[in-house]
Design a protein around this ligand. Structure first.
Ligand code: TXA
Ligand code: MG
Length: 665
């Protein structure tokens, strides 16, 4: 019958997953309950009074309370579907719970009343008139309640409605109660013993129990229950189906009543997928969850793994130990362990303020040879010696000229490498057969402590495979050198991000062979004159520093740099990007945060604000590596004005791109 009525009164009655339709079903069942209960109330009251049966009169009031229940159920479910408003942004779904609580209180009240009257009846038994009409009404009542039980139970299961569940339970109790009255009436008729009051007491306890259980369940819903295991499982399954999700944690579900369940979760996603791509995939998960469970899920993204990383290799991992250093004094033991490796002629990667360095005993030719092997570095490219004090420099060089001493005292520890005439102590292999040696004191407490504990100057080039961008974090080091070095000391991201300024002080005036954080003007405030090596300014001249002649710092992808001097570099990049895409290439653009929206290609990465060259220096190398990780074919990079640190950055970009810099005509 409820189906028939639903067909007649509920629009879209088949869409039973729609919360609006659900609420209408509940309202309809409430209306039916109301009509049936009112009928039962009236008929039992009349017959009960006529038969003088307290049990039957109580039972009629029981039905009246059920009518109230139905009214509250209807009102509750209607209020529940009231849309969210300003004061109640989460909607009114919890009205249903409040209504249920009221219903349970009414039921308990009726229970107490019944109990009182029945005890009265036991103390003062009265004659109950046995009538066939009474028996018939009671039988009809049982039938109706059985029917009510059935449809309420079904709706409760279908829509997981607490209200219908309450009504169903109550209906079943009514069946038992009315059955009890019927039994008592027949018992009294046969034996002549009064039983009306006793039946009443038993019924009232049943009613009280229903009310109490109902109240308990509702309060628990109001307080916020643990969501059902099925719901959790369903949501979890959908999250795991996400294309990029490798794991998740902290799933939280908040139930604001019918059709208004909010949830949030943290999902582990790859670092090397574009924001657009991962956003689409996350959106899909959220939509699927909404469709399948009705839950409004918000996914927080935790970038936590690389999609395109070499797989875990047990053999390599056995050879290389990665040690996290958070605090130099607390982690002294770990640094000592690394120093022991150095003393035994092994290889240790250490963080410095510029980039990570691949260190070995700088006075041990055999150990130094291992550096060249691990990096695959051409043997004609000399290495820098790293010291922890100016005193340590003296035995390594013929002399420290006064200007060199000034720079050491003012700028060390710091990103400045000074080239001086070497002494015999310095192995041939370190200086690649030359007469000079490059020395610097890094401004990083972990590096300084490692040098001190090792007791020797450390030879250390950047800790990358030769030709690749220098590593500015331990992950980039790990990718290049896992399995090739003994220890990697992880000291977090490098503060500066590009290599030290290399200053040749064997000439007068001294020459900058590699620009870096400290520029020409800055150093000229400390010593009279500094010049750039011709190799830096003019590509036609062979650079004096052997390391400057190779293609360097280069990603696998083709890199094209667009000078900031161009009239409209963004327009030019967009034009070229379109052409490359047309040719079927995956294009990446390296830009500044505020320009990201001006492009539309596969991969857009930013190196911070265009006003912040320090940030750009810090991001540069790892971003170049990111493009490779994302399988980009060609990178179009916005250049920066060649002033201050920008000069050093453009020097690196020039080399990374193999000289492919688009300049104004
Ligand atoms: O910031 C840095 O300097 C980093 C960190 C690890 O200290 N090290 C670094 O090392 O960048 P490496 O090897 O990647 O670059 C050293 C540069 C090369 O261009 C090399 O040719 C040059 O310094 N160099 C080293 N010794 C030299 C020498 N005696 N004469 C001329 N150039 C030299
Ligand atoms: Mg290098």
């Amino acid at each position: 019958m409820i189906q028939l009525l639903a067909k007649r009164f509920i629009k879209d009655y088949q869409k039973t997953s729609d919360p609006g339709v659900q609420a209408k079903y509940i309202a309809l069942s409430g209306t039916m309950g109301l009509v049936l209960n009112l009928f039962l109330f009236l008929s039992k009251l009349v017959i009960g009074v006529m038969a003088n049966s307290i049990a039957m009169i109580s039972d009629s009031f029981n039905n009246l309370s059920d009518s109230l229940t139905s009214i509250i159920a209807i009102a509750g479910s209607m209020l529940s579907t009231m849309p969210a408003d300003e004061e109640h942004p989460l909607g009114h779904g919890r009205f249903e719970y409040v209504a249920s609580l009221l219903v349970s209180i009414v039921i308990m009240y009726v229970g107490i009343e019944l109990l009182r009257n029945s005890v009265e009846k036991i103390l003062h038994p009265e004659q109950v008139d046995f009538s066939l009409l009474a028996i018939l009404i009671l039988l009809l009542s049982i039938a109706i309640k059985l029917y009510m039980y059935r449809y309420n139970h079904q709706l409760a299961k279908q829509f997981s409605s607490g209200l219908n569940d309450g009504v169903a339970k109550d209906s079943l109790n009514d069946v038992i109660a009315t059955g009890g009255i019927l039994a008592a009436m027949i018992f009294t008729y046969i034996t002549g013993l009064p039983s009306d009051g006793v039946a009443g007491v038993i019924i009232s306890f049943l009613v009280l129990r229903t009310g109490f259980e109902f109240a308990r369940d509702t309060v628990s819903l109001l307080l916020g229950e643990k969501p059902s295991d099925e719901l959790i499982q369903e949501i979890e399954d959908e999250i795991c189906k996400g294309k990029y999700v490798r794991g998740f944690h902290d799933l939280q579900i908040h139930d604001y009543g019918r059709g208004n369940v909010l949830a949030s979760v943290h999902a582990e996603i790859p670092i090397d997928v574009t924001v657009m791509e991962i956003h689409n995939s996350i959106d899909t998960i959220e939509r699927q969850v909404k469709q399948k469970t009705g839950v409004e899920l918000v996914i927080h993204m935790d970038p936590s793994y690389y999609l395109n990383e070499p797989q875990y290799d047990e053999e390599k991992d056995m050879k290389t130990t990665v040690l996290d250093i958070l605090d130099v004094s607390e982690d002294e033991e770990k640094i000592k362990l690394a120093a022991d490796v150095i003393k035994r002629g092994g290889l240790v990667v250490m963080p410095t303020e510029t980039v990570y360095g691949l260190a070995a005993n700088g006075l041990d030719a055999e150990a130094i040879e291992k550096i060249f092997e691990a990096k695959n570095r051409p043997v004609d490219n000399p290495l820098i010696l790293h010291v922890a004090s100016i005193e340590e420099v003296r035995p390594l060089v013929k002399e420290i000229p006064p200007h060199a001493l000034i720079l050491m005292e003012k700028l060390w520890p710091g990103p400045l490498t000074i080239i001086l005439e070497k002494s015999k102590v310095v192995p041939e292999i370190l200086s690649a057969g030359g007469k000079t040696v490059a020395i610097r004191m890094p401004d990083n407490p972990i590096a300084l402590r490692l040098i001190e504990l090792s007791g020797v100057p450390l030879a250390a080039p950047s800790a990358n495979i030769s030709g690749k961008p220098s590593p500015t974090n331990a992950i980039d080091v790990y990718v290049d050198l896992n399995g090739k070095v003994d220890v990697i000391l992880d000291g977090g991201g490098s503060r500066i991000g590009i290599e030290s300024t290399v200053l040749d002080m064997t000439t007068d005036p001294p020459k900058i062979l590699r620009p870096g954080y400290f520029g020409k003007n800055f150093m000229e405030e400390l010593i009279p004159r500094v010049e750039y090596d011709e190799g830096i300014l003019d590509e036609g001249v062979t650079p004096k520093s052997p390391g400057m002649k190779y293609r360097h710092y280069a990603p696998k992808a083709e890199l094209i740099v667009y000078s900031a001097e161009l009239e409209d570099p963004i327009q030019k990049i967009n034009k070229d990007a379109a052409a490359f895409q047309e040719a079927g290439l995956k294009v990446g653009i390296m830009t500044f945060a505020e320009h990201m929206v001006l492009y539309d290609v596969d991969v857009i990465l930013n190196v911070g604000s265009s006003f912040d060259t320090e940030q750009m220096a810090k991001e540069l190398y790892t971003k170049l590596r990111d493009f490779d990780r994302m399988g980009v074919d060609v990178i179009l990079a916005e250049g920066v004005a060649e002033r201050g640190l920008g000069f050093a950055i453009m020097d690196r970009l020039r080399k990374s791109s193999g000289g492919k810099v688009v300049e104004p005509q």
